[in-house]
Design a binder for this molecule. Sequence first.
Ligand code: CTP
Ligand code: MG
Length: 371
Amino acid sequence: APRQLPPIEDQLKVINEVAEKYIKAATPSEEDLAIRKELKEDLEKICQQVSPNGTLELFGSVASGFATVNSDLDLIFCEDGEPREDPFEVPIKLTEKLKQAGFNILMLPKTRVPIIKVNSTPDPNQDTSDPKKAIAVDIGFGHKSDLAFRNTELLQTYAKCDARLKPMVLFVKWWSKMRKINNTYRGTLSSYGYVLMIIHYLINIVKPPVLVNLQSWGIPEGTPESEVRHKDGWNIWYWKEHKEQELLAQNGGITSNKADIGLLLRGFFEYYAKDFEWNHHVISIRTKGGLLTKVEKDWKSAIHRSNKAEVEYKDRYLFAIEDPFETTHNISRTCSSTGVKRIRFEFNRASRLIHFFSGEQAFRDTFFEEA
Ligand code: CTP
Ligand code: MG
């Protein structure tokens, strides 16, 4: 006989409790943030030994406010003027300097652009018993006008529009890390990808919508061209009247949707388990309706590319999430065929667990069980 499900309020109670508890535990303290700030300043000094006029700029979750205690520090060493002839010149010199300074350089992996992975492991004479002291840092190379800063700001603005986005992001990040489907080097998806999946759900799927599409408004007259078009041609405009949005958020958001986090998460997992067409759809948060098709974008078979240093990398379209500005960039290009299968399996698992078992205490252990 079919199992009698507990009333939906009871099911959601546990999810909300779990979410609240985890969000408390995951949110970085003032001290965590201060340690990161200090580390950034130390690293900047070393970078400036290689290129004195450059600055080290923050983006990613520590900048957007979606950081957890485990988040890495995403940095770009920015130099003014034309890009260098050899994009690996500064990275190679810097790698040497960082090694001399006692930093642990993890790898220079196959990426579209040079990235140095630093681990802030303190020197061996210090007490290393506190794992929080070892902070993972990514250093990229670029310019202050880079889209990474722009998309970080876009996420930050969405977070200001509705207070439920941040806790949802933290919940999904934790889940994806525990279930081992948040690792771009192992064929799965970045945190950034999961955030775009959530934003798409909140703009286009949940009814009534929780977020409005900030990129599909008419551009106000008199907006300076520099706010509209990036130097590489991308349309970078979005609605960013922070003050107005903060006020709206304080007054319950722009939306009439008053669902709690539990209900929104339930719908989020269900959408990607049941309705989203992984083989056909492209998630596109900039587009009205939020979906394009792979055929329409000509995102079908994998393309082998190589960067200026002749390093080979692969663009795959097995799972497709369009970057909100750089619309030729597939955020989920890192997903391998088994990676996508595992992600889909996990959405199904999560949705089933929420649907059938979220009323039970054992749910908390099962849902976030380490895969
Ligand atoms: N980014 C990107 N394209 C990707 C992945 C990431 O442009 N395919 C950029 C985005 O600007 C994003 C930033 O890199 O904001 C950081 O990405 P990621 O580390 O995945 O996200 P975080 O929010 O920093 O997550 P975590 O806390 O797990 O580090
Ligand atoms: Mg990060």
